[in-house]
Design a protein around this ligand. Structure first.
Ligand code: XMP
Length: 325
C-alpha cells in the first residue's frame, strides 16, 4: 500500500509539472505572437527556468542576455553561458562592469546601493539592450514570494514592477510576462528538475540579485570585490559538502591589528556565515565542525591578500538578517 501511495504522489507532481510547462509555453506563445522577447539570465533557478520555458515557446525570437555587473562570483558569467550553450540556448554576455561600478562609487548605505544597482540595470543597461533587440516583451523570473514580500513591505525585490503599479509599457516600452508568478521556490525547483535542468541550477543555493554587493559592508570597489570574490570561492569550496540553506563570506568595513612576518599590520576582516532555513524568513546558524572552521580561517588569512582576521557569525535571524546589507 505504502509504495502505491508514493507512486500516486510522484505521478501527481509529474503531471502538475507537465501541465504547468504546457500552459506556460502556450501562454507565452499567445502573448508574444510574432513579436520578439528578451530576458536577463542570472544563473539562478528562477531566471534559468524562465529562459528554458521562453526558448521552448519562442525559439530564437527570445534573446537571452547575461549582464556582467562586476558583482558576480569567480568565473560565474562564463560558467552560466557555457551551461546554457550545452542546452543549445545561446546567451549573450554583456559587459556592463563600468556602468555598475561607477553607479556604486562612494555609496555606503545598503538601500542606496540596492537602488543604484536597480537603476543601473533598468534605466542604463537593460533599456538600451531592449531597444537594440526590438523586443516588445520582457520575460521575468518573478515568483510568488517576491510579490508577497514586496506588497507586505518586507523587502522591495528588484524585479517587482507591475505589482507596484508601474506601467512598464509606458515607462520602458515593453510589457512584462511572469511565467513563474504562481510558484514558490520549491515549485520552481520541481519544474526545473522536471525539465532536466542540471542540478547545479535546480539545486543552487540562493544568491541575491545585488550579488556580491550584499556581502560588502561599505563601499563597493574593484579591489574590495576582488577580496570578497576570493573569500567567497574559499567558503563555497570548503562547504560544498554541507547541506546548509546558504553559506558565504562577508567583507566588513573595518580593520583590525595583526602581526605578519614580525610586522604589525592593520588588516581587513572577513565574516563567514552559514545558516539553516526553510524559506529565509527565519534562520539558525549551522553547527559546523571545528576542523572545517579552522581550515576556512587558515585559507582565508593566507590566500586572501590584506585579510588578517576571519570570524564565524553565530547570530540567528532574527534579530540579524541572513545578508549583511
Ligand atoms: P535577508 O538578508 O533579508 O535575506 O535575511 C533573505 C534571503 O533573501 C536573499 N536576499 C536578496 N535576494 N535581492 C535578492 O534577490 C536582494 O536584495 C536580497 N537581499 C537578501 C538572501 O540571500 C536570503 O536568501
Amino acid at each position: 500500500m505504502e509504495s502505491v501511495h508514493w507512486i500516486g504522489i510522484f505521478k501527481e507532481v509529474a503531471m502538475d509539472c507537465k501541465k504547468f510547462v504546457e500552459e506556460q509555453i502556450t501562454s507565452i506563445k499567445q502573448t508574444v505572437g510574432n513579436a520578439k522577447a528578451i530576458n536577463a539570465l542570472s544563473g539562478g533557478v528562477d531566471s534559468s527556468l524562465v529562459t528554458v520555458l521562453g526558448h521552448r515557446a519562442l525559439g530564437n525570437r527570445l534573446k537571452t542576455v547575461f549582464i556582467d555587473n562586476a558583482l558576480m562570483r569567480e568565473g560565474e558569467p562564463h560558467r552560466v553561458v557555457k551551461t546554457f550553450a550545452k542546452m543549445n540556448i545561446p546567451v549573450e554576455l554583456v559587459d556592463a562592469q563600468e556602468e555598475f561600478l561607477s553607479a556604486l562609487a562612494g555609496l555606503t548605505d545598503p538601500e542606496e546601493k540596492r537602488q543604484a544597482i536597480t537603476d543601473t540595470f533598468y534605466s542604463k543597461v537593460f533599456s538600451g539592450l531592449v531597444k537594440k533587440s526590438g523586443a516588445k516583451f520582457l520575460l521575468h523570473g518573478t515568483i510568488l514570494t517576491d510579490i508577497e514580500e514586496t506588497i507586505a513591505g518586507i523587502k522591495r525585490q528588484h524585479n517587482i514592477l507591475v505589482q507596484l503599479g508601474i506601467d512598464t509599457e509606458e515607462s520602458y516600452g515593453y510589457a512584462i510576462i511572469e511565467p513563474l508568478k504562481t510558484l514558490r521556490k520549491d515549485g520552481v525547483r520541481e519544474v526545473a528538475k522536471y525539465l532536466d535542468l542540471p542540478a547545479e541550477i535546480s539545486q543552487r543555493i540562493p544568491f541575491p540579485g545585488p550579488a556580491l554587493a550584499t556581502r560588502i559592508v561599505g563601499e563597493v570597489t574593484r579591489e574590495r570585490l576582488a577580496t570578497i570574490r576570493k573569500a567567497t570561492a574559499i567558503v563555497e569550496e570548503e562547504l560544498a559538502d554541507i547541506k546548509a540553506f546558504q553559506y558565504f563570506a562577508v567583507l566588513l568595513n573595518d580593520r583590525a591589528t595583526g602581526i605578519r612576518n614580525n610586522k604589525r599590520e592593520f588588516g581587513q576582516i572577513i565574516v563567514v556565515r552559514c545558516v539553516e532555513s526553510a524559506d529565509a524568513r527565519i534562520a539558525a546558524v549551522t553547527e559546523l565542525p571545528w576542523g572545517k572552521l579552522h581550515r576556512i580561517c587558515d585559507r582565508i588569512i593566507t590566500e586572501v591578500p590584506d585579510v588578517n582576521r576571519c570570524l564565524y557569525d553565530l547570530t540567528p535571524k532574527p534579530p540579524a538578517t541572513i545578508e549583511y546589507i
